[in-house]
Design a protein. Structure first.
Length: 146
C-alpha cells in the first residue's frame, strides 16, 4: 500500500461518493471492473480515491447501454493506452446493436398497433384478435417468429 491509510476510502465512503451501492462495488470487483483493493488487518477494503472516477465511468457507460464485458474492454483500453480506432469499433458495434433493437421494437409496435386496431374492446374474449394472434389462431397477425 503506497498511499497513507487516511487517503484511502472504505467501501461505504467510496460508494457514497460514487453514488452506487456497496453491492455494486463488490460486483464490479468480482467482474474485474475494479481492481481488488488492499485490506486492513480487520479485513476492511480500502480504495484509492481514483476508483470513484472508475465507478463513474462504468456507471455512465452502463447508462449508454454498454455491457459489462464492453465496459471492461473500454477500461482496459483506457488503462493500457488503447487506440481511438478500437474505441470507435466497439462503439460502432454498439450502435449497430441499438439500431437492430430499435428496428425490432418498431416491428413489434406495428404488429401490436394492427392487432389493437382490429380489437373492438367490447364483448367477451371469444374472437379477440389479440388473443387469437397470441394463441396462433390468427395466421394473418403479422407477428414475428422468434
Amino acid at each position: 500500500m503506497n498511499q497513507k491509510p487516511e487517503s484511502l476510502l472504505t467501501i461505504g465512503r467510496i460508494a457514497k461518493q460514487a453514488k452506487v451501492g456497496t453491492d455494486t462495488i463488490r460486483f464490479y470487483e468480482r467482474k474485474g471492473l475494479l481492481p481488488k483493493p488492499p485490506r486492513t488487518a480487520k479485513g476492511y477494503r480500502l480504495y484509492r480515491p481514483a476508483m470513484i472516477e472508475r465507478l463513474n465511468f462504468s456507471r455512465r457507460a452502463k447508462g449508454l447501454g454498454f455491457s459489462l464485458r464492453e465496459i471492461i474492454t473500454l477500461l482496459d483500453l483506457q488503462d493500457h493506452g488503447g487506440t481511438k480506432s478500437a474505441v470507435k469499433r466497439l462503439t460502432d458495434r454498439k450502435l449497430d446493436e441499438i439500431h437492430a433493437k430499435i428496428a425490432d421494437l418498431e416491428s413489434i409496435r406495428d404488429v401490436l398497433q394492427r392487432l389493437n386496431q382490429r380489437c373492438s374492446g367490447r364483448g367477451s374474449i371469444a374472437g379477440c384478435p389479440i388473443i387469437d394472434a397470441l394463441s396462433e389462431k390468427d395466421t394473418n397477425a403479422g407477428t414475428k417468429q422468434s
